[in-house]
Design a binder for this molecule. Structure first.
Ligand code: 8YV
Length: 322
């Protein structure tokens, strides 16, 4: 039997690429240069499966050419870069990789929270630049994380992994805003309280961490008026998707001291970062590292492999999202 033809759009961990090559007729991307929309559109006519990542844009136009592709098995949990309606209309299945990256993404959110509150980025810059003059009682005073109130917007797997760390590790009080009602027993695990709206949540929090999906529905969910609802010394953490935050409004809030600071792992136009953000000292910036550990990146790859194997065996893949 002919092996399905599979296109991997970026370089993946070696162990996964090796394993996939045994099962499928696979084309890898050793140069790791992101594919253009035109290349992806052509690929739809040549491959049975395409394995995209967040750096691939798959709008409706990509689905309008000749179609051989039957599944887009996304490497990553977020899939707002794929027009799933267009995929569905073309009879193309879409899968993602949940669960396996929840811990590491929550770890990065926690890293950002600690770094910005305790001024770790600023401190390191000072030291490396030879500007540290020594210990003093008033040097680089930050904000205490332990025992503070954390607001979580979005309470799926990653939001819950964050609540676990914050509650059990740091004794934080947890408030949750989520589009659907969270079961009482789930909230009880973290002694968390669900509030009806983002407007209810923001004024009550010392830290706000975003764990909702990206895409058009949540574009600029955090905008100027909502940043104004945050406490003056509060911190915003975004490990979800860049488009969820209006970056211009955030820059203004940071520069004018409307909030205490922010920690970002994701950006609206990655890898471009607005200049007005780059200069803000009360901002910690990471280059989309949420899932970037060898354990997780391999697990994500093997999860894609599972989804593909099931799909081509005629079974429903476990992570079907469209
Ligand atoms: C991935 C992520 O690195 O899974 C996601 O949605 O944001 C990251 O963990 C990236 O999206 C891979 O496509």
């Amino acid at each position: 039997m002919m092996k399905p033809r599979v296109l991997v759009t970026r370089r993946w961990p070696d162990a996964v690429e090796r394993e996939m090559a045994k099962v499928f007729d696979i084309d890898l991307n050793p140069s790791d240069i992101p594919l253009s929309e035109a290349t992806l559109r052509d690929a739809m006519g040549q491959y049975d499966a395409i394995l995209p990542t967040v750096t691939d844009r798959l709008p409706a136009a990509v689905f309008q050419g000749p179609a051989r592709t039957r599944i887009l098995a996304n490497y990553g949990v977020g899939f707002a870069h794929i027009d799933t309606e267009a995929a569905k209309a073309s009879g193309i299945a879409v899968t993602n990789t949940p669960d396996v990256l929840s811990d590491c993404t929550a770890d990065i959110a926690m890293t950002l929270m600690l770094m910005v509150a305790r001024r770790a980025g600023e401190g390191e810059r000072e030291l490396r630049n030879g500007r540290w003059t020594g210990w003093r009682p008033t040097h680089m005073i930050g904000t205490k994380v332990s025992g503070a109130t954390l607001g979580l917007i979005g309470f799926g797997r990653i939001g819950q992994a964050m609540a676990k760390r914050a509650h059990f590790g740091f004794g934080m009080k947890i408030l949750v805003q989520n589009r659907s009602a969270v079961p009482a027993e789930v909230l009880a695990r973290y002694n968390a309280v669900q509030v009806p709206t983002i407007e209810d949540l923001l004024p009550q929090c010392d830290f706000v961490s975003l764990h909702c999906p990206g895409g058009a529905a949540n574009r600029h969910l955090i905008n100027g008026p909502r940043l104004d609802l945050m406490r003056r010394g509060a911190f915003l953490i975004n490990t979800a998707r860049g488009e969820v935050v209006d970056e211009h409004a955030l820059a203004q809030a940071l520069w004018f001291g409307a909030i205490g600071g922010a920690g970002l792992d994701v950006y609206d136009r990655e890898p471009a970062i607005p200049r007005e953000l780059l200069g803000a000292d009360n901002l910690v910036l990471l280059p989309h590292l949420g899932s970037a550990t060898i354990e997780t990146r391999e697990a994500m790859g093997f999860r894609v492999l599972d989804n593909l194997t099931d799909f081509f065996a005629g079974k429903q893949p476990r992570d079907l999202v469209a």
